[in-house]
Ligand binder design. Structure first.
Ligand code: GAP
Length: 449
């Protein structure tokens, strides 16, 4: 789904995804019973599974399947000097303007001429606004207790550079991966989970010799682009966009964004930056610690360059959801206009892999067999059991949340000891012996789950 055009009264592409996410428990508004908190979202049962699958797929791809990467899980709260050294205290700012007519506030770089709210063209002078979220540690709220919720996970990696080197004895090039929450006081959050004030990042800091940095940057751009394709994003909905010099962050020499064609337009999923030796040099200077790399072969000491692929978990989840959303006619259905919503998430990402459905819930033997099959399958996959509606409805429900296979137990199953396996995408059905069902599905899921 990439089209957001609305035709008279019909929901737009984005509205359909948002509606599905709420209806089926992927994403809820934060603190909804109190009227909600703007730009904060909670992931419901299916959303939580999707996010876990996404993060696991990323971790597997960038840590476990490589020889040159390790992981880290650093604290959200850091020493306040971190943010002086990183440049965030001074440079992590947006320029704000207010519309003098409707009083709405905007990021100056997001405005294209007139006020998007009221159409006026009369704004206040721009004012700098730091995006870091302030907090205070301990019982006394004074200047000394102020620190910040990290605006990027990256700094936790930089300040641990020596710890990681000393404990893992890595040689260049090597990288550190981390997944975790980040916070920014965004002035104009919006587009659902796309821009929020609390979000999750998946970041890699890859340390390399300065001379190898450009090539390394290009390699990571290609690798990260391919990752989205491998997990099922349609190629036509993904593109690369190198940054112009005027839009580079204060620490970056170059950056290429991976953009997705969201229903609201092409927007950034992930940025892959060449941060040079900026961060290690800054932290060395502010902490007084030697953060240089010692090449024992050449006996040189130098600050490595850093290549940083930095993606958002929430943005990736939204892109995968939008890309997987399909509405289609059901061929050969009894009803002429029968249609279904199907979430064509890849096998690795689908929140539920298998649903076991009894055809008749008032037959205890059928229910018992279905529950027994579910218990056997859950040793291998995320499996669910559902008997709360008629079979047609149960199939539609599973299609909507992307469940890959439905296993149906019917009267005949009691006699021939076989069950029906239905494929989400083709809707083809096959009879499979109960004794063989776990093996049969394991072979179908030829990916690491
Ligand atoms: N360490 C580099 C860094 O933080 P960034 O481009 O500011 O770079 C990296 O952020 C990624 O984090 C973005 O590509 C996006 O996926 C995600 N991200 C950034 N701000 C976000 C926000 N307000 N809401 C959701 N995701 C966000």
């Amino acid at each position: 789904m990439s089209n957001n055009n609305s035709t008279a009264g019909q929901p737009t592409g984005m509205e359909k995804v948002v509606s599905l996410c709420k209806r089926r428990g992927f994403i809820f508004q934060s603190s909804e019973i109190y009227g909600g908190l703007a730009s904060a979202w909670d992931y419901g049962p299916f959303g939580a599974e999707l996010k876990r699958n996404l993060k696991n797929a990323w971790w597997r791809s960038v840590v476990h399947e490589r020889d040159d990467m390790v992981g880290l899980d650093a604290a959200i709260l850091m020493h306040p000097d971190t943010w002086k050294a990183s440049g965030h205290a001074e440079n992590f700012i947006d320029i704000l303007v207010d519309c003098k007519k409707c009083k709405k506030r905007f990021r100056k770089d997001h405005l294209k001429g007139k006020c998007p709210e009221c159409g006026a063209n009369d704004f206040t002078e721009g004012r700098a606004f730091n995006l870091m979220m302030k907090t205070s540690l301990g019982a006394v709220e004074d200047q000394g207790s102020v620190t910040y919720m990290r605006p990027e996970t990256a700094q936790g990696i930089f300040v641990n550079f020596s710890n990681i080197l000393d404990t893992t004895h890595r040689k260049l090039p090597f990288g550190v991966a981390q997944i975790g929450k980040a916070f920014r006081n965004e002035i104009t959050p919006g587009n659902y989970t796309f821009r929020t004030r609390e979000f999750e990042q998946m970041e890699i800091e890859y340390f390399t010799k300065p001379d190898d940095a450009d090539k390394c940057h290009e390699d990571w751009v290609q690798k990260r682009f391919q990752w989205y394709l491998d997990l099922g994003i349609k190629k036509e909905n993904l593109r690369l966009r190198p940054h112009g010099k005027d839009e580079l962050a204060h620490y970056a020499k170059a950056c290429t964004d991976i953009e997705y064609n969201f229903p609201f337009g092409w927007s950034e999923l992930e940025g892959i930056a060449n941060r040079t030796d900026f961060d290690l040099k800054q932290h060395a200077q502010f902490s007084g610690k030697d953060l240089q790399y010692h090449d024992k072969v050449t006996n040189e000491k130098f600050f490595p360059f850093i290549i940083e692929p930095s993606g958002g978990v929430d943005r990736a989840a939204l892109a995968f959801l939008a890309d997987a959303y399909h509405e289609e006619k059901v061929e050969g259905s009894a009803k002429e206009d029968a249609s279904r919503v199907v979430l064509r998430l890849s096998k690795a990402l689908a929140p539920t892999k298998v649903a076991v459905l009894p055809l008749l819930k008032n037959r205890p033997e059928i229910v018992a067999l279905a529950k027994k099959i579910k218990q056997e399958l859950q040793k291998e996959f995320v499996a669910v059991y559902d008997d709360s509606a008629a079979i047609g409805k149960l199939y539609r429900r599973q299609d909507e949340v992307g469940t890959f296979y439905c296993v149906t137990v019917d009267v005949q199953s009691l006699e021939d000891k076989q069950v029906t396996v239905r494929d989400r995408d083709t809707m083809k059905q096959e009879r499979v012996p109960v004794d063989n069902i776990r093996k049969y599905l394991t072979e179908k899921f030829s990916v690491n789950l």
